[in-house]
Write a protein that binds this ligand. Structure first.
Ligand code: DGL
Length: 277
């Protein structure tokens, strides 16, 4: 197998636009690294699909990025990370790929450990919560911490549709969070790449004392650490890295919606079509 090149891009994928929150966090932390982002907009949402289907889609996305010689795969989708990461890892290994693969679930859990929370509430898609991946991971690292998990199936589509700041978002959040309002947790873990865009709306519903942990920032830190540990970090220079965007559905729609979604960050954006395999 060829040696992995330090100058190769970091490959990031998500079911749709949500993983752009990870690209925005990476852009801020590692501006000189090249990044290729694949959004599977033709097949979003993944959150209501079976683990088998999510695994197949995730593997196809990873292979599409590896065709572009990425040095690392970042699974910026909680649903894929929670339900199918070991499957994708073993399938890639069986095909002879040795690139590191990082998922958002482990990064989010690692970020909360130093805070030593007593009670955590995890929000995610139906498939993420049903997988139990967050609860298992938290129990393994923080056995005395109480965890409550709430599936919020409508929130990702609200964000994908550019409605994160619309009253419809606040009303959906109130609906999902009502069960924890009487006895709130000290930490809220956003277990979906779309939810960082809802932080303002979430804050209007929850007491201000609650710490909100955003896994997009946690994974960006983890990517930096891993690149350094594996000696895969690009030499820091003053030029900004290349940003390439691939969409399995219309590139024009991707670019239009990404602009609204990220409030103009990462634009202008050139998007190329990468049909589903
Ligand atoms: N990207 C997915 C996640 O982070 C949410 C959207 C979907 O359901 O595909 O779980």
């Amino acid at each position: 197998m060829n040696k992995i090149s330090k100058t190769a891009p970091i490959g990031v994928f998500d079911s749709g636009l949500g993983g752009l929150t990870v690209v925005a966090a990476l852009d801020a932390l590692l501006p000189h690294e090249d990044i290729i982002y694949l959004g599977d907009t033709a097949r979003v949402p993944y959150g209501d699909k079976s683990p088998e289907t999510v695994g197949r889609f995730g593997l196809e996305n990873a292979l599409a990025l590896l065709e572009r010689d990425v040095k690392m795969i970042v699974v910026a989708c909680n649903t894929v990370s929670a339900t199918a990461l070991p499957f994708i890892q073993s399938e890639l290994e069986a095909r002879g790929f040795r690139v590191p693969i990082l998922g958002v679930v482990d990064a989010g859990i690692e970020a909360i450990i130093p805070r030593n929370p007593r009670k955590i509430c995890v929000l995610g898609t139906r498939a993420t919560i049903a997988s139990g991946a967050y609860e298992r991971g938290i129990r393994a690292k923080l056995p005395d911490t109480e965890t409550i998990s709430i599936p919020c199936p409508i929130l990702a589509p609200i964000v994908e549709d550019g409605l994160a700041n619309h009253p419809i978002a606040t009303s959906a959040i109130k609906h999902y969070l009502t069960p924890i309002l009487d006895s709130p947790p000290d930490t809220l873990l956003l277990g979906c790449t779309h939810y960082p865009l809802l932080i303002d709306a979430i804050r209007t519903v929850l007491p201000p004392s609650i710490t909100i942990v955003d896994s997009s920032i946690a994974i960006a830190e983890k990517i930096r650490e891993t690149l350094e540990k594996l000696d895969l970090a690009k030499i820091i220079d003053t030029s900004s890295g290349r940003r390439e965007f691939l969409s399995t559905d219309s590139p024009r729609l991707f670019a239009e919606r990404a602009k609204v979604f990220l409030d103009g960050k990462l634009s202008p954006m050139k998007v190329e079509e990468a049909p589903c395999r």
